[in-house]
Ligand binder design. Structure first.
Ligand code: FES
Length: 288
């Protein structure tokens, strides 16, 4: 029987067309290279990724410019010119912070996600340009022009926000990739005691996912093997000084407790309990 492709809804077709626009891949590669002097500053990147906050800084920061710029037409309607100008300016400042954090998260993306995220960033830059134009017009007393540019900037910003929502909600960017992993609820045999050695990373199958086993200072450690950042396989990474380094983007987790020691990951690596019974290692995980 002839198979027919499932028709895509219009929004999915638009997104697919947007991320396949010619030139996005080469522009992405050029930008990633141009940003190397910034991305090699690990402390700054950790700050921009939001490691200290415990999750990505970018999504909550984007609420600020959109909220401020979204309020400007209301102030225009009630005739509060000074308030509208002040909120336009504050929104532009907040947009700068949102752009810096978004760019940091973007540098550790690939393929169609990176292309769509680039369009998201370019659209937000256009929105910021329109709002700066509005601010300039308002400061020069050209209120009608300022109002027009505010609404135009808000419209472009809303379209960019839609793409940002798609990146997080559909493609799980900046989302904890271990959220739905839990258990086993009962102690489960996973390996022989002698199979787990210092300096080596062993992935074992537990409840249809992999758990990472290693030994630090004689003690067996067990962590989820899927990196919280974007799902990289930690067992293919490296061990250094009681830490595991993810092979995909270099996040570092302490093997004893899964704490994040270096980004881009912002969520700790879930730890499983371990015990030794008659020469065998058993693990037990958190409840779902
Ligand atoms: S998947 Fe990105 S650091 Fe692990």
């Amino acid at each position: 029987m002839k198979q027919t492709a499932t028709p895509q809804p219009p929004y999915a077709q638009i997104i697919a067309a947007v991320e396949d626009l010619p030139g996005l891949e080469s522009l992405s590669e050029w930008l990633v290279k141009a940003l190397v002097p910034v991305t090699k500053r690990k402390g700054l990147m950790d700050l921009l990724h939001g490691r200290l906050l415990g999750h990505s800084l970018h999504p909550p920061l984007t609420d600020l410019p959109l909220g401020m710029w979204g309020s400007v037409p209301v102030l225009d309607l009630i005739g509060d010119r000074r308030g509208a100008t002040a909120l336009t300016a504050a929104g532009c400042l907040a947009a700068g912070a949102a752009a810096a954090t978004g760019a940091a998260d973007w540098t550790v993306t690939y393929g169609r996600d990176r292309r769509l995220a680039l369009v998201h960033g370019l659209a937000n830059s256009a929105a910021l340009g329109l709002q700066l134009g509005s601010l300039s017009a308002r400061l020069r007393g050209r209120t009608a022009r300022g109002r027009f540019l505010s609404v135009a900037g808000l419209t472009v910003g809303a379209a960019a926000a839609y793409l940002g929502g798609d990146l997080i909600l559909d493609r799980a960017m900046t989302v904890n990739h271990t959220t739905f992993l839990s258990g086993p609820g009962e102690w489960t045999d996973v390996a022989g005691d002698s199979d787990v050695t210092e300096g080596t990373l062993t992935a074992v199958d537990v409840d249809e996912r992999k758990v990472l086993l290693t030994r630090v200072a004689g003690k067996v450690c067990a962590l989820e093997n899927t990196c919280t950042h974007a799902g990289g396989p930690l067992n293919e990474g490296t061990v250094e000084d009681g830490e595991v380094v993810c092979p995909w983007h270099g996040s570092r987790f302490r093997l004893n407790d899964g704490a994040v020691l270096g980004g881009p990951a912002t969520f700790p690596q879930p730890k499983l309990q371990t015990r030794k019974i008659r020469g065998r290692i058993q693990v037990r995980g958190r409840e779902g």
